[in-house]
Design a binder for this molecule. Sequence first.
Ligand code: LLP
Length: 416
Amino acid sequence: MSVFHYQNNQLFAEQVAVSELAKQHQTPLFVYSRAEFENRWKAFDAAFGAQPHLVCYAVKTNSNVAILNVLAKLGSGFDIVSQGELERVLRAGGDPAKVVFSGVAKKHAEIARALEVGIRCFNIESHAELDRIQGVAESMNLIANISIRVNPDVDAKTHPYISTGLKDNKFGVDINTAPELYADAAACPNINIIGIDCHIGSQLTEVKPFVDALERVLKLKATLEDMGIDIHHLDLGGGLGIQYTQETPPKIADYIQALLTKLNDSSIEVIIEPGRAIAGNAGILVTEVEYLKPTEHKNFAIIDAAMNDLIRPALYQSVQDIIPVQPRTDGVAAAWDLVGPVCETGDFLGKNRAMNLLAGDLLAVMSSGAYGFSMSSNYNTRPRAAEVMVDGEQAYVIRPRETYEDLMGSEVCLPA
Ligand code: LLP
């Protein structure tokens, strides 16, 4: 049984009725399942068997401290892209020695903080970044462990905005020129090369691009070893897709097995950075229908969640299931566009959905655990939604709804 399921015609999150949560905490409301986060993380971890490995949850996916804490308790590592994410991991009790630091624009202060707390590895994305990390490490009299993020130029066959392994992306360095950068890194006194890193994109629904990328990474590893550079780990990034509607992504175990088969080396450590495949189906966004506005051309159901709460439909034309929290047994279905209160034509969460609706109904936007709250904003001065984590029969507010004071409290007027 899925963690989000119907029981007596009521949507439940684990053993808690979603309508009760909405009554208590109002809408829009993110509801997460602790069990789903744990089960998905454990599925990655278990799939490696005896292979040395570290599952580094991609913090950007959903960075609430309670979620990071749940994963840290399982022994998770973390993939971060900013000092802010590092501070979250530390607050959540995460182990800095299990943190890898990705991202193209690491600032001096961010590098210094990461060195100070002793992260596992910097995933370097350019020569300029190598120089900067060498400089900061030297000034602190420390050694920085690094890998270089290479761009294997494989087509991840996903939405262009979330495809990152092609030559014309800003990420990583060309795999063909990577040996020169590795040679320069090897000559840096405060740099310790430990790995090779790559991440080719997100929401991949096939295994082949991952395996193709690994094949190229393995060739690079052989080249580096010929140069006398030892590689201790391969970081193969994140990217495994989930089922939003009709997609059929590989199972976690099959994806990892395909990597291990290609790798054929039981001694090297493998790091992966999954985000969506852990968080995506561990969360829903609950919203209330405010008004029905049928017109001659279209039926609009105006809901209280908007693109500022969940930007994926507006930004990537993504389609997520939207289901009633208490399905109506009377009336008939019609086709509705589910639109939010924000003043943008792009503000919709679903289009042309066959639903039987009345004002006041509660709806659940499924698969909203990944890149939902973490990409939310205050556009239109909308307080960000509350977040609740269900654990069996209990529900905990892990972030209260923002207040207007939260939004405006630090703003100041000119003296005159
Ligand atoms: N590692 C790196 C270096 C990344 O850039 C990302 C995601 C991940 C790991 C995690 O990827 P995942 O396992 O979640 O696919 N906002 C977009 C997705 C952007 C992904 C950015 N990088 C969306 O809502 O579809």
